[in-house]
Design a protein around this ligand. Structure first.
Ligand code: S3P
Length: 169
């Protein structure tokens, strides 16, 4: 593995960052952190509640701070939130402090994986496919910008993806 201090997974909602990250951490004997869960723990509230009560801008500020804190450490696998690459400071830190893997997933797979999910405020109501396409347009170039490796999760489950990715690293 590259000598970067952390292994970081970026990619859109439903790309499997958390489930794959947990498995990779186990495989390599590293600590695992899920940035979304850390934000919730620090705020004492769910992401949906943060969005509802204080808005997306407040969530993004919290996300930047939590990610910077996680990246300051070493030897961890870190699953980021899908929007973590929006902040230029976060992109710089990701690049400097992580070996960054971009988990790619196509929109159809995303829709299938997130079909029963009600925890993501950006997907609450409206046309999910249109939302995911719009997010991808803005974010795919940013994932590419920070990534050391792009890995297509295609139709694989988390266990298979983690095993294949683990061989590559
Ligand atoms: C978001 C993705 C979510 C979570 C929040 C916002 C986004 O994380 O951070 O709902 O902007 O794409 P996952 O990518 O882990 O679903």
């Amino acid at each position: 593995m590259n000598p970067a201090p952390n292994l970081v997974l970026v990619g859109p909602m439903g790309s499997g960052k958390s489930s794959i990250g947990r498995r990779l951490a186990q495989r390599f004997g590293l600590a695992f952190f899920d940035a979304d869960r850390e934000i919730e723990a620090q705020a004492g509230a769910s992401i949906a509640t943060i969005f509802e009560c204080t808005g997306e801008a407040d969530f993004r500020a919290r996300e930047q701070i939590v990610l910077a804190g996680l990246l300051a450490g070493e030897g961890a696998v870190i699953a980021t939130g899908g929007g973590s690459v929006l902040d230029p400071r976060s992109r710089e830190l990701l690049h400097a402090r992580g070996f960054v893997v971009h988990l790619h997933v196509d929109i159809a797979q995303q829709l299938a994986r997130l079909a029963r999910d009600r925890s993501r405020p950006l997907l609450a109501g409206g046309d999910r496919e249109a939302v995911l396409r719009r997010l991808a347009e803005v974010r795919e170039p940013l994932y590419a910008q920070v990534a050391d490796l792009r890995f297509d999760t295609a139709a694989m489950g988390a266990a298979e993806t983690a095993a294949k990715l683990g061989h590559l690293l």
